[in-house]
Design a protein around this ligand. Sequence first.
Ligand code: 5GP
Length: 186
Amino acid sequence: MDSVNNNEKELWIGDEKFIPFLSEEEIQKRNAELGKEISNEYRSKLPIFIGVLNGSFIFMSDLMKNININCEIDFFKLSSYGDEKISSGRVRLVKELNADIRDRHIIIVEDIVDTGLSIKYIEELIMEHKPASMKVVTLLLKPDSLKYDVKIDYIGFKIPNKFVIGYGLDYAQKYRNLRSIYVLSE
Ligand code: 5GP
């Protein structure tokens, strides 16, 4: 059986080679910085962090451990990419929120912002519920790939327009459990 998560220098998926891109240490260091910054800005508030499933589950979990103020959490589930490596340009809501977000301070948690379509769609959904405020944190942003006018308030890493996997990000639903992030080598 193929083994993953063994910190090898490269990872082959079929005939595609992925190489290490962001290490566990780099990601955790940045999570600590983001957690501190967000905690400081929301000190007098009780924010609700809303994770966008599936990709954000690991980042959200690690980020939350660095939030040192009271907060609540909830999740949206979107479906967009299917098993493809490029965006289908369509987004569908698969799981609605449980929390009542009216007059609440919302922080959307994304794993990666690529074209910006998903975040635009989520922002519009959230705004319909009339929150007190809304901000977005993403671990990764591909600035060269953005097609929609979205404001991202907290960014872990700006990355080139390349396909990445691991740390929540999948390749055809697999490899989300990698502890670090790999990039497709061209
Ligand atoms: P957007 O709607 O901004 O175009 O894309 C956001 C979603 O596309 C992310 O939540 C993620 O599921 C997926 N995505 C975008 N780029 C990548 C990538 O490089 N790797 C993986 N695994 N997913 C990506």
